[in-house]
Design a protein around this ligand. Structure first.
Ligand SMILES: Nc1ncnc2c1ncn2[C@@H]1O[C@H](COP(=O)(O)OP(=O)(O)OP(=O)(O)O)[C@@H](O)[C@H]1O
Ligand SMILES: [Mg+2]
Length: 228
């Protein structure tokens, strides 16, 4: 279950504050595909960052896979992020001067996976995104779509339970974007990986089981099946 309770985030101090997330209560089955939609500036990325433990709420709670994120120590939070989550961002965030191998190896290093077990996992992840032939190439030499697929390989290499994707196709042409999205939905189908996708794309939103519409930091509407 992906749950938020009275979740709020206020940026800034004193006279220049901005409430990016307002009192959001969600209870979403973690086996599902979930789209978060809403206008620019409505608080989608902030919400995703709070769920991913990349940012701490001002008030309220996030409870995921039975763990209350607000109660985790820094170490426990790092473990949660590296073991249970995969992140895919619009602007890729791959290390340009590292090879594809090194980029995908990063989560395994963080999770202290023994070196001898790494290569097979890395090759498997790169194969899934059709980049095995680029294993020795530096990320800087890849096209935009290839970088995004590399980011996905890195996100999936540790078999996360949930993938959090912020506009994963935002920088891609529609054909490449379709490939990337199909890849994420394939992962969901084959491995049951939950997907939480922030998107402006109505077609992607329609493919998801649940659509959460955000307006001015609040949940405006939820569409789709939600089970207790
Ligand atoms: N670090 C920050 N400091 C101050 N304000 C911030 C910060 N991050 C986001 N905001 C503000 O919070 C609001 C929500 O931002 P957020 O990035 O969550 O929007 P979004 O829905 O993801 O928008 P977009 O679709 O453009 O990516 C915006 O008004 C933004 O300016
Ligand atoms: Mg955003």
């Amino acid at each position: 279950m992906i749950e938020t309770r009275n979740l709020s985030k206020v940026y800034g101090k004193k006279d220049s504050t901005m409430q990016a997330v307002r009192d959001i209560n969600l209870k979403l089955e973690q086996t599902k595909t979930i789209a978060i939609i809403g206008k620019s500036g409505s608080g989608k990325s902030t919400l995703l960052h709070l769920i991913g433990g990349l940012d701490r709420p001002t008030s309220g709670e996030v409870i995921i896979l039975g763990r209350n994120l607000t109660q985790l120590s820094k170490r426990e939070m790092d473990d949660y992020r590296s073991q249970d989550l995969g992140f895919v961002f619009q602007s890729f965030f791959v290390e340009p001067n590292q090879t594809c191998y090194q980029n995908v190896a990063l989560p395994l290093e963080i999770n202290r996976v023994p070196v001898a077990q790494r290569r097979q996992k890395i090759e498997e992840a790169l194969k899934q995104v059709d980049l095995l032939d680029k294993i020795k190439s530096k990320a800087v030499t890849l096209s935009g779509g290839e970088k995004q697929r590399l980011a996905i390989a890195r996100a999936i290499v540790s078999n996360p339970k949930i993938i959090l994707a912020d506009e994963p196709t935002g920088n891609l042409d529609s054909a490449t974007g379709d490939k990337v999205i199909n890849l994420l939905f394939d992962l969901h189908r084959k491995h049951g990986t939950a997907l939480v996708i922030v998107t402006h794309d109505q077609d992607i939103a329609k493919r998801c089981d649940i659509r959460v519409m955000i307006k001015d930091g609040s949940v405006e509407k939820i569409e789709g099946v939600i089970k207790e």
